[in-house]
Design a protein around this ligand. Sequence first.
Ligand SMILES: [Zn+2]
Length: 294
Amino acid sequence: MLIAIDIGGTKIAAAWVENGKVLERRQQPMAPDPIGFMAAIAQLVLGWPAPQQVAVAATGFINDGKVHSVNQNIIAFWDGFPLAERLAERFACPLILMNDGQAAAWGEYQVRQSASENSPDNLLFITLSTGVGGGLVLDRKLRIGPHGLAGHVGHATVSRQPTDGDLGCGCGRHSCLEKIASGTALGRQASAMFGRAMNSAELFELALTDTKAEAIINNAAMAVAEAISNVHMTIDLSEIVIGGSVGLADGMLQRIQLALARAPNLMQVPVSAAILGPDAGLVGIMQWANAKDA
Ligand SMILES: [Zn+2]
């Protein structure tokens, strides 16, 4: 019996898995501090049998069992938080930890591989969510990297600028993709544009009838397309997969595809939506754990 956990910027999902099948899935809001976080974990697994393995996909990059936010504004206590140690106190079994974008990349790669003989060898997964993250499969292997950073495309810079001109990113750089295209960034730009607190879901709703709202989203899509071309020209990709709540929001994929279609032919690459939807990270870490077990 395996417990798979996906820790995002705003929510934590957990699945009770027997022989590769999800028996139950639960969700809790992400907590702002370590005590609340461990309480949420306890709540998620309440009543489930003791697992033989726990597999965790977490936002941020993981180095030596400790988790760090690239952008410190997203989860403040993710600043070297000893996630492996804390979970080892809670679960007396082997533990696997991985970045959520990387886990999702692996899940999306696996699902394509089982569906088609022409599955992509080189795939970049981009999640547009509370932040912008990603994962990379190169030559059919998941690339994690010596610092756990591979695929963190959200903190690559782009030349497009956010509509509110706010360029400074929580990672310490300026002009990161995350500052334009994350859910947090879309909400921030919408709030500045319309003079009231708005989140990204409200912005997408407004964009159906308001051209200024549409312009914010379209600018974000163009920034994503720019980042895709940059990565493609660096490592030559076969497919890009878009996930996350913003990435899977109505029309976002089409906007990115249209923006990318304006790039020179050589800089274009097929872009598709996450087949596993919001559970790409959860399924990906589950499959990674099963493969390691086999
Ligand atoms: Zn950044």
